[in-house]
Design a protein around this ligand. Structure first.
Ligand code: MF3
Ligand code: CO
Ligand code: CO
Length: 255
C-alpha cells in the first residue's frame, strides 16, 4: 500500500479527530494524582470519549488490547495496560489517547508528573518533548523522513539519552497505523519524501539509559531493559504546502 494523500474532506475529519484526542488529554490532567489507579484513568477517558465526544477509543480491542488508553509509568516505555497499579508521588506517566471520529483517527500522548518530579524525571520528560518538537518543526514537503529521524536521534544522544528502535511513528487516517513508518533515528536523505496531504505521527520514546527494551509477560507493556526511566510525547501532523499543521494541539495552545 502506498502512502495515502488526504483530500480536503478527509483533512477536515482528521482535524476533528485530532482535536477530540487532544481534549481527552486536557480533561484527564486533573485526575492524574497520587492514589489513583491507572484503570480509573482508563474508565474516565473511556466514558468521556464515548459519552461526551461521541467517538470511539481506538485502542479498545485493537489487536487484542484490552483497554481504551495506554498508561506507561516510569520505566515503562509504551503500551502500558491500565490496571490496579496505584500512582504515587514522584511517578511520571505517559497517557496515550487515540480516538476515532467519523472513521478517522487522532493520536496523541504526553507526560504527566504525579506530585513533584525528581530532577531526572523532569529531565527525561523535557528531552523527549524537545525530541518531538525538533522532529515536528522540520516537517515540510520535499524533506525525507530520514532527515527527521536523524535530527531526533541527535537531539536525544547529545543529551546522553537513547532512542527506542522497536517502535515508531506511523501514517494515520482511516487506519490507526498506516504507511509510512516514522523512525525516530536514521540518516539524512533516506526514506520517504514528504508530500502535502500526508498525515502521520511523531512520537519518540526516549530512554535515560540504554535503548534496549523488553516486552512484559502481558504481551503489551514495553519496559526499558536496564530499568532506566523512559518518556514519550506524540502529535498527529499534517504536511501542508509551507510546512506542517499539528492536528492534535488543543485549540489556542502552541507547541
Ligand atoms: N497509540 C499508540 C501509538 O501511538 C498505539 C497503541 S496500540 C494499543 O501508536 F493497542 F496499545 F492501543
Ligand atoms: Co501513534
Ligand atoms: Co499514540
Amino acid at each position: 500500500m502506498a502512502i495515502s494523500i488526504k483530500t480536503a474532506e478527509e483533512i477536515e475529519k482528521m482535524r476533528t479527530a485530532g482535536r477530540l484526542a487532544a481534549e481527552v488529554l486536557t480533561m484527564i490532567e486533573a485526575e492524574v494524582k497520587a492514589g489513583v489507579h491507572t484503570d480509573d484513568l482508563d474508565r474516565i477517558c473511556h466514558d468521556f470519549i464515548v459519552n461526551d465526544l461521541d467517538a470511539i477509543p481506538a485502542p479498545l480491542n485493537y489487536r487484542g488490547f484490552p483497554k481504551s488508553i495506554c498508561t506507561s509509568v516510569n520505566h515503562q516505555v509504551c503500551h502500558g495496560i491500565p490496571g490496579n497499579r496505584v500512582l504515587k508521588k514522584g511517578d511520571i506517566i505517559n497517557i496515550d489517547i487515540t480516538v476515532i471520529k467519523d472513521g478517522y483517527h487522532g493520536d496523541t500522548s504526553r507526560m504527566f508528573f504525579v506530585g513533584k518530579p525528581s530532577v531526572q524525571a523532569e529531565r527525561i520528560a523535557r528531552i523527549s518533548y524537545d525530541c518531538m518538537k525538533t522532529g515536528i518543526e522540520m516537517v515540510k514537503p520535499g524533506i525525507h523522513l530520514g532527515d527527521i529521524g536523524h535530527a531526533i536521534q541527535q537531539r536525544a544522544e547529545s543529551n546522553h539519552c537513547s532512542v527506542v528502535r522497536e517502535y515508531c511513528g506511523h501514517g494515520i487516517g482511516l487506519q490507526f497505523h498506516e504507511e509510512p513508518q516514522v523512525l525516530h533515528y536514521g540518516e539524512p536523505g533516506t526514506k520517504e519524501i514528504l508530500k502535502e496531504g500526508m498525515t502521520f505521527t511523531i512520537e519518540p520514546m526516549i530512554n535515560a539509559g540504554r535503548p534496549e527494551v523488553k516486552l512484559m509477560p502481558d504481551k503489551w507493556t514495553v519496559v526499558t531493559a536496564d530499568h532506566s526511566l523512559s518518556a514519550q510525547w506524540e502529535h498527529t501532523i499534517l504536511v501542508v504546502s509551507q510546512g506542517y499543521e499539528i492536528l492534535t494541539l488543543v485549540p489556542g495552545t502552541e507547541l
